[in-house]
Design a protein around this ligand. Structure first.
Ligand code: SAM
Length: 299
C-alpha cells in the first residue's frame, strides 16, 4: 500500500466517517459526548504525545467508531478500548477488523475496576498510557479516577475542553489556577500539548478543545502527612475565590471566633492570611495542610 492508499483507508477522514455514520444509521448521542475526530494530523499529535511504541500498551476511553483506536493500533503493542455505547460495538468490530492487537471492552469507564483491567490487558508490556478523546460531560471525573486510583500509568494524553486543560496545567498566580490544578499537578507534570479547533470533529462541539499531556510522577512533589486533609485544605482555600485565605480557612477549619489562633498559626509558617488561595504554591499548601494536621493531632 502506498502512503496515499493507506491514508484513504483511515477511519478518521470526513468522508469515511460520514459514510460509516450513514451506513449504520447512527444517531450520535450528545449525552455521551459523541464528537468524532476527522483529522489525521491531530490524531498524529495525540498519539505522538503519548510516546508509544510496540513495547507499550494504550488504554483508550470511548473509541467511538475507532478513529483514534486505529492510529493507536498502528503504534502501540496493544490497545484496550472501553466503550459505553453498545450500538458502537459491531461498528468497531468491523472497522478495526484489520488490527489484531485491539480489544474493545463494553462498559462505563467510571465503573470498571481499572487496576485489574490494566493488569490483565497489558501483561508483559513495558508501560501503559491512557490516550483518548474524552467525552466532555465526564472529563474531570474520569481523569480524577485515573489519578486517585494510583494506576500504573506512564502518561495520560487526552483531548478535553480547552478551559479545563488550561485549569489543569495552570501555574500559581494565574486566573486559571485552582483546586483542579493542584489535584492534577500533585500526581502529574501537566502540559497543554496543542489547542484544537472545533472543525476537526463530527459533529462540531460548541467549545474549543485542547490535548493535555499528563506525565505521571513517581512520587508527589510535596510531602503531606494526610492526603485527604491536604486536598480539603486546597478546596477550602478556593471555596470562595474572592475571600482571603484567612477567611476561607476560618470558615472551614478554625471557626469564626478563633481568628487570633489562626493568625498565629499562619504566622508560624510564614503565610499571610490576607493572601488569596490562588497565590499559594503547592509547597505552601503542603506546609499549611501539615500544620493543620499537627493542630488536629494535638487537640
Ligand atoms: N475516540 C473517538 C474519536 O476520537 O473519534 C470518539 C470520542 S467521543 C468524544 C467520546 C466517546 O466516549 C464516545 O464514543 C462515547 O460513546 C464514549 N463514552 C461516553 N461516556 C463513556 C463512559 N462513561 N465510558 C466509556 N465510554 C464512554
Amino acid at each position: 500500500m502506498n502512503q496515499h492508499d493507506e491514508r484513504a483507508a483511515d477511519i478518521a477522514t470526513p468522508r469515511r466517517t460520514r459514510d460509516i455514520i450513514k451506513r449504520h444509521n447512527l444517531e450520535l448521542k450528545k449525552s455521551l459526548g459523541q464528537n468524532f475526530l476527522i483529522d489525521l494530523n491531530i490524531l498524529g499529535k495525540i498519539v505522538g504525545a503519548a510516546n508509544l511504541d510496540k513495547s507499550k500498551g494504550a488504554l483508550e476511553i470511548g473509541p467511538g467508531i475507532g478513529a483514534l483506536t486505529e492510529q493507536l493500533a498502528k503504534t502501540a503493542g496493544k490497545v484496550a478500548a472501553v466503550e459505553i455505547d453498545r450500538r458502537l460495538l459491531p461498528i468497531l468490530a468491523e472497522n478495526l477488523e484489520p488490527y489484531d492487537n485491539v480489544h474493545v471492552i463494553h462498559g462505563d469507564v467510571l465503573k470498571l475496576p481499572l487496576a485489574d483491567l490494566i493488569r490483565t490487558e497489558f501483561a508483559g508490556l513495558s508501560g501503559v498510557s491512557v490516550v483518548a478523546n474524552l467525552p466532555y460531560y465526564v472529563t474531570t471525573p474520569i481523569i480524577m479516577k485515573l489519578l486517585e486510583e494510583k494506576l500504573p500509568l506512564e502518561n495520560i494524553v487526552v483531548m478535553i475542553q480547552k478551559e479545563v486543560a488550561e485549569r489543569m496545567a495552570a501555574r500559581p498566580g494565574t486566573k486559571d489556577y485552582g483546586s483542579l490544578s493542584i489535584a492534577v499537578q500533585y500526581y502529574c507534570e501537566a502540559e497543554v500539548a496543542t489547542i484544537v479547533p472545533h472543525t476537526v470533529f463530527i459533529p462540531q462541539p460548541q467549545v474549543d478543545s485542547a490535548v493535555i499531556r499528563l506525565k505521571l510522577r513517581k512520587e508527589p512533589p510535596v510531602e503531606v502527612a494526610d492526603e485527604k486533609l491536604f486536598f480539603e485544605t486546597v478546596h477550602a482555600a478556593f471555596a470562595q475565590r474572592r475571600k482571603t485565605l484567612g477567611n476561607n480557612l476560618l470558615a472551614a477549619f478554625f471557626g469564626k471566633d478563633n481568628r487570633e489562633e489562626m493568625n498565629a498559626q499562619l504566622a508560624s509558617i510564614g503565610i499571610d492570611p490576607a493572601r488569596r488561595g490562588e497565590t499559594l504554591t503547592m509547597e505552601e499548601f503542603a506546609i499549611l495542610a501539615n500544620a493543620l494536621y499537627k493542630r488536629r493531632a494535638s487537640s
